[in-house]
Design a protein around this ligand. Structure first.
Ligand code: GRF
Length: 200
């Protein structure tokens, strides 16, 4: 399967996919990496891997819809079987979502703590357990059907950085597992249920 990965930051989730995709048994390869801004570490990781990259800033377009369409065209150039949003910090619109299946990873147990500050919000709330969620992207903010989740304990003395780091270790493993299963076994959606080839 052909993956296009969308990033906005350091790209450690992307790196996990790049590393595992080196094994042909994984069943998926990253064919291109896109971002919502240029010159970020995630794009540098793609360049180091010899992959084509693209960046589409919202501010370079006359409207959100124009940005969404431009992004969809860029993605389409690489003919992906699946798009992976890995730390991508923009809400994707109908031009992208009508053409591609998009999987997102979120550093909280949705529906708790959606949005751009999930780890900070979980800490502020005082939860004892948080985690990460891999889900299909729909038109909302982190509202699409859940595919898989893993719980992560909050430790005494955690701050946003230590908690997010603990989550990211688990998150990259969950993303690699889910994307690999979708690539190898396929998936089908009925309502809010996403079934992969076998269990999970
Ligand atoms: C991940 O935890 C992602 O879920 C969140 O921000 C982090 C991005 O990490 N949106 P990276 O860019 O993959 O290193």
């Amino acid at each position: 399967s052909r993956l296009v990965v969308l990033v906005s930051g350091s790209g450690t989730n992307l790196q996990a996919l790049l590393d595992v995709a080196a094994d042909p048994a994984y069943g998926a390869t990253v064919v291109a990496v896109g971002a919502d801004r240029p010159a970020i570490e995630g794009l540098a990781r793609a360049e180091r891997a010899g992959l084509p990259t693209f960046a589409e800033r919202v501010s370079d377009h006359t409207s959100r819809e124009a940005w969404d369409s431009a992004l969809a065209e860029k993605i389409a150039e690489y003919k992906p079987d699946l798009v992976v949003s890995a730390g991508f910090m923009k809400i994707l619109g109908p031009a992208v979502l009508s053409r591609f299946t998009v999987v997102n990873t979120h550093p909280a147990l949705l529906p708790a703590f959606p949005g751009a500050h999930a780890v900070r919000d979980a800490l502020a709330y005082g939860v004892k357990v948080t985690g990460c969620t891999v889900h299909l992207v729909d038109a909302g903010v982190d509202t699409g059907p859940v595919i898989a989740q893993t719980a992560v304990p909050v430790e005494d003395g955690d701050d946003e950085a230590t908690l997010h780091e603990r989550i990211k270790v688990v998150e990259r493993g969950l993303l690699v597992e889910v994307v690999g299963r979708m690539a190898r076994e396929g998936w089908r959606v009925s309502g809010r249920t996403v079934r992969l080839g076998t269990t999970l």
